[in-house]
Design a protein around this ligand. Structure first.
Ligand code: S3P
Length: 430
């Protein structure tokens, strides 16, 4: 695996910028919007509620070439201007779309039903419904799950400490807080990605922040021009691929927000050579180059619950890296992985075993025996990150592997297989 590459725009940031652009005053231009299925769910939802979102010409600035990136012009309707959709809003496979929309819409006087595919319908939604109810919105779930029925209206700011580490819940409450009376404060036990806070700050909304607290006051934000950084969670697959297969990759324009690149520190601790250089920033999000060089051996690693939370989407691919390391690895406090697009705790264990490695779950900890993989047949069960993690782990296996369900990569990384081929790998449909 060798060469230069890029990745699609950051899905997490794209959801937030699209929602903020649709509720801004004026017309925003967003470049580098990924054509991933999850982001399309957000675009579709906002259009159904009256936002005009159309392809546009890319503004000048920090251009990042990738076939799955596009530029969109979004005509904002003002903070409370979205209108009720004609039917249920289909959030597809996207938990971020559903949870952030619930917060965005909670202060708007409309009725909305948010629904999704069977995977999304199985995920917990009370974690976001609860605080929005406390703020004054009328929210019901079906036994804690989607569909979520929401009637928005006047909200009061709250002080809220989420039980689980979740940037989606934090983001939803802060977005609701931009149109609630008084201050809305979120205090986190473990830090999570801060894209909502950075965007609100960059757009002039009054927000006070410390490491564990964010407090927002109501205000109408203005339209903006933004260039999305490449998705560090997508980059993680190529970085791990290079590290475990003895290759070398250099990825430009990747988001380097410190709350997203925890996986880089973890890989370094395992003995990998990974460098980052910050080159530009847009709407408060830093971006630059990530270079990874393989060749040396990796050692097993112990991760705390906070480290797991800070690299939550990268845990599957880090687990595959750990399977190629020398010695055992232990990832503590990984229970949240059970409620992602699939049960990733069980899925990682089953996948590593199917590829000829050792893995188990010890209460909420993931334990991975090192020593390499033999290769084998695995199934992604419709989960994009599992498909890409298995494919990445398979690159350094001693024999060939096949991964069923590779098409789900389009949820966050359209063009993943083409990127692998572009870096010199032998990946064929079977
Ligand atoms: C995300 C937050 C995380 C992450 C997801 C994207 C976000 O979910 O797993 O892929 O954009 O806020 P949780 O908030 O459920 O931890």
């Amino acid at each position: 695996m060798r060469g230069e590459s890029t990745v699609p725009g950051d899905k997490s940031v794209a959801h937030r910028w699209l929602m903020l652009a649709a509720t801004a005053e004026g017309t925003s231009v967003l470049a580098g919007v990924p054509r991933s299925l999850d982001v399309q769910s957000t675009v579709r939802a906002l259009r159904e509620m009256g936002a005009s979102i159309e392809p546009a010409v890319e503004p000048g600035g920090f251009h990042v070439e990738h076939p799955a990136r596009g530029t969109l012009e979004v005509r904002g309707r003002g903070r409370l201007g979205l209108r009720g959709p004609s039917g249920a809003v289909d959030c597809g496979n996207s938990g971020t779309t559903m949870r952030l929309l619930a917060g965005l819409l909670a202060p708007v006087e409309i009725e909305v039903v948010l629904d999704g595919d069977p995977s999304l319908r199985a995920r917990p939604m009370e974690r976001v419904a609860g605080p929005l109810r406390r703020m004054g919105a009328t929210v019901s779930t079906r036994a804690g799950h989607a569909p979520i029925a929401l009637r928005g209206g006047d909200l009061e700011g709250i002080s809220f400490e989420p039980e689980v580490a979740s940037a989606q819940v934090k983001g939803a409450v802060l977005l609701a807080g931009t149109a609630a009376a008084g201050e809305t404060l979120v205090r986190e036990k473990l830090p999570t990605r801060d894209h909502t806070e950075r965007a609100l700050e960059a757009l002039g909304v009054s927000i006070l922040r410390s490491e564990s607290v964010a407090a927002v006051s109501p205000g109408q934000h203005s339209a903006f021009e933004g260039i999305l950084p490449g998705d560090p969670s997508a980059a993680a697959f190529l970085v791990v691929g290079a590290v475990i297969s003895g290759g070398a990759v250099s990825l430009s324009g990747v988001g380097l927000n410190p709350t997203r690149v925890g996986f880089v520190d973890i890989l370094r601790r395992m003995g990998a050579r990974v460098e980052t250089v910050e080159e530009w920033s847009s709407v408060g999000e830093p971006a630059g180059r990530i270079t990874a060089t393989g060749g040396g051996s990796l050692r097993g690693v112990s991760l705390s619950q906070a480290e797991v939370a800070a690299a939550i989407d990268e845990i599957p691919v880090l687990a595959l890296a750990a399977a190629h390391a020398e010695g055992e690895s232990r990832f503590e406090g990984a229970a949240e992985l059970r409620v992602k697009e699939s049960d990733r705790l069980a899925g990682v264990v089953a996948g590593i075993r199917a590829l000829g490695g050792e893995a188990s779950v010890d209460r909420d900890a993931l334990v991975i025996g090192g020593g390499g993989l033999r290769g084998g047949q695995v199934h992604a069960h419709g989960d994009h990150r599992m498909a890409m993690a298995f494919a990445t782990g398979a690159l350094a296996a001693r024999g060939p592997s096949s991964v069923a369900g590779m098409e789900s990569a389009d949820v966050s990384f359209p063009g993943f297989v083409e990127s692998l081929r572009g870096l010199g790998l032998d990946v064929e449909p079977s």
